[in-house]
Design a protein. Sequence first.
Length: 259
Amino acid sequence: MPTSLIGGGPAAASAAPAGSSASAGAASAVATSARRAVAAPAADQLWESVSVTGSGAAFGVPDTLEASFAVEVSALTVGEAMKRATAAATRMRDSLVRGGVVAADLQTSNVSVTSTRKDDGSITGYTVNQGLTAKIRKLSRGGALMSAAIAAGGDAARLNGVSFGIENDAALLAEARKKAFADARAKAELYAREAGRPLGRVVKVSEANPSYWPAAGQDRYASADSVPLEPGRQRVTVTVTVEWVLDPAPATKPGAPRS
C-alpha cells in the first residue's frame, strides 16, 4: 500500500517549516507510522476459507386450513351470469360466516367474465367466475364448513383446493435454523480436519427461503356429512450456507513427526 495513502504521511511532513526541529520530529513520526502501516495486513486482505451448506427440518401440527372456493355460472347475457354468480357466492360467504369464519379471513381471489362462441365466432353466452378464499381456524369443523359452503352455492359451487398451515411458525423456524447451522458446522469441521487447519470465525451466513411441506400424520377430521380432512404434520425446512475462515496450521515443534 503506498505510504502516501496512509494518514497523509508526506503531506503532514511538509506542513511545518523546513529546518525546524518540529518538522524533523513530525517527519520521523510520520515515516515510522507509515512503515508500521505498510507492514500490517490490509483490511481487505483475502483469507482462506471453507463454505458449506447445511439443512435442518422441524415438524409441527397444522392449526389453520385455507380453502379456495369459487362459483361458475353461464348465461345468455353478462348481466344474468353476473347476477346468478353473485347470488351463489354470497350464499357461500354467508354460510362460512354463520359457521364462525370471521370476515377478515375471507378474501375475494378473482372475478372473470368470458364468452362462449361458435366456430364462426358468434357469441352464444357468457361465463362468470368468482373466487373466494377462506381461512378456517377450527380444523375440527373444517370439513363441515366446507360441505355447508358448497351446498349453499349449489351447482355453481366449486372447490379448487385446500392447504394446511401453522399460524405462528417462529419456534419451528428457529429449531430448523439451529439444525441447519449445526449441520453446516459439522461439515466444515470435517473439511478443516482433513485439511489440517483449525476452523476460525464465521465470515458469511446466507439462508435460502424456508420451504413448507406436508408430512404424514394420524389426525383426521370427518363426519358423515362433511369433507374428510387429514391435516397430518407440517415440515419446515431451512437451508443455510455458512463460510468459515481457515486459521493457519499450528506450527510443528522441532523434532515432531510431520503428518
